[in-house]
Design a protein around this ligand. Structure first.
Ligand code: ZN
Ligand code: ZN
Length: 372
């Protein structure tokens, strides 16, 4: 069995356990209810993938509000996992009405990372009869630990992305614009089964490969260029995120040297990451190696991030994260070296972390690939 919300795999519906875990967290925080406004969190708890929703979870109730555009979709996706209310005017108007029917609900947590100021003002004005408490990461903490069904969706998203890359690489050649390459890649992603793109695919060539978050532009690929592709697929709502860097033609000694350092940093981090290690310690494995080779200043971003329903989610592998990595995390490992005006190299893999150790989900070769 399979539903588009990505929460039902085989015969096990994981949503009741997620709601139960949130109720435990509410009890520990002395809250009567949680107002969920993050759409990714709504999807995680209920399976609903629409673009307009509020969710209220209490010790007894789980009420999902959305609008009439989603009347059919919400019933299919939620399928009894929450009580659905279709609002014809405004979700917030509906929220006050629903909360008014709930007895013994006084202290309500809201997601402070996902509450616009205009909505916060609503809580203080229209919602003044309840006591609102800011919360962070109640649902995100659960999402950081993937269950077997979620891991299977991510593995599928990795496979789709790698199929698309295998089909795209033979078509890379001088004379194409970055945008045209992105079009070829994204066409193959769709053909292979990707339901969306987790972010605009990055195709960065020549000096532009030194821009870690470049968008594909109108630059024309030239022989001798570094060509960096950073992209992903989405299946059942779950993302993959992969980067490979190629050389168009024969690599120069300098390109080869930089590439080999990044590849070694990637391999060291992917092999060393463990449950219980802090995000800071994981980051340091790659960073210390790159710094030791003399390019510390050229690796400005973090080593990696969790992937799941969002392409950037918990946990983070960065210089400032002191929390330990949990078993069941799926993270990216993406060291890079960027030299303005010259170019850059990044190699990004997706890694599942269990008590048995790391398992690299991405299998696309990491050897320096000179495109003929
Ligand atoms: Zn990426
Ligand atoms: Zn990434």
């Amino acid at each position: 069995m399979f539903v588009s919300g990505g929460v039902v795999t085989g015969s096990i519906d994981t949503r009741p356990a997620r709601v139960a875990a949130i109720r435990d967290a509410l009890a520990r925080a002395d809250l009567d209810a949680l107002l969920v406004s993050s759409l990714a969190n709504v999807r995680y708890v209920t399976g609903f993938s629409g673009s307009n929703a509020l969710l209220v979870i209490t010790a007894k109730d789980c009420i999902l509000l959305t609008d009439s555009r989603y009347a059919t979709q919400v019933e299919e996706e939620v399928d009894g996992a929450a009580t659905v209310r279709i609002e014809s005017t405004n979700l917030w108007t509906g929220l006050w009405a629903q909360l008014g029917t709930l007895t013994s609900v006084e202290r309500i947590g809201f997601e402070s990372m996902h509450c616009l100021h205009c909505d916060f003002a609503r809580l203080l004005e229209k919602g003044a009869r309840w006591s609102w408490r800011p919360t962070t990461d109640v649902v995100e903490t659960l999402r950081a630990v993937k269950d077997a069904g979620e891991l299977a969706h991510i593995e599928r998203a990795v496979a789709v992305a790698e199929t698309a890359l295998r089909r795209t690489v033979p078509m890379l050649r001088a004379g194409l614009t970055e945008t045209a390459v992105a079009g070829v890649l994204e066409g193959h992603l769709r053909d292979a089964g990707s339901e969306a793109f987790p972010f605009p695919s990055i195709v960065a060539s020549g000096p532009r490969s030194a821009l870690p978050h470049a968008r594909a532009g109108d630059r024309v690929l030239k022989t001798g260029d570094l060509v960096l592709l950073d992209f992903g697929a989405v299946t059942a709502g779950y993302c993959s995120d992969i980067t490979r860097t190629f050389v168009l033609g024969r690599a120069s000694d300098e390109q080869r040297e930089i590439y080999d350092i990044v590849r070694e940093a990637n391999a060291r981090a992917s092999g060393a990451i463990r449950v219980g290690m802090t995000g800071m310690a994981a980051d340091a494995v790659a960073r210390d190696y790159i710094a030791g080779r003399g390019f510390g200043e050229a690796f400005g971003h973090s080593l990696g991030h969790g992937i799941g329903l969002e392409v950037h989610e918990a946990p983070r592998l960065s210089r400032v994260v002191e929390s330990p990595l949990a078993a069941g995390s799926v993270v990216t490992i993406e060291p890079g070296i960027y030299r303005p005006g010259w170019g850059g190299v990044r190699i990004e893999d997706d890694v599942f972390l269990s008590d048995a150790g790391p398992r690299v989900l991405t299998g696309f070769p990491r050897d320096l690939h000179e495109l003929s």
